[in-house]
Design a protein around this ligand. Structure first.
Ligand SMILES: [Zn+2]
Length: 94
């Protein structure tokens, strides 16, 4: 029983490490993108975009845009594209 318990802890620990690393890397990437002149894309992104990238983390996606280049820092793949298809800017009617 003690053995099983120990393995469980190792598993939880490695999961936490993974999580922290990814979160930290994402934060660094965001800072880097902003330094490079990217700004957060606040429009709608069509599901076809994620299908194209084969990305299963669309729920974590955060897209950044510079001129007409899109970059995502939601998952490890760091998807990027210059194809605006599937990206819809919300029109501010207020
Ligand atoms: Zn992705």
């Amino acid at each position: 029983m003690a053995f099983a318990n120990c393995r469980e802890q190792v598993y939880i620990f490695s999961w936490l490490t993974d999580y922290t690393d990814t979160k930290e890397m994402t934060m660094k990437l965001k800072e880097k993108l902003k330094e490079e002149g990217y700004s957060r894309f606040r429009g709608a992104v069509d599901a076809s975009v994620y299908e194209y990238f084969n990305c299963d983390r669309s729920w974590k996606a955060e897209w950044y845009l510079k001129e007409d280049h899109f970059r995502c820092c939601g998952c490890k793949e760091r998807c990027e594209t210059s194809d605006p298809e599937g990206f819809q800017l919300f029109l501010d009617l207020g």
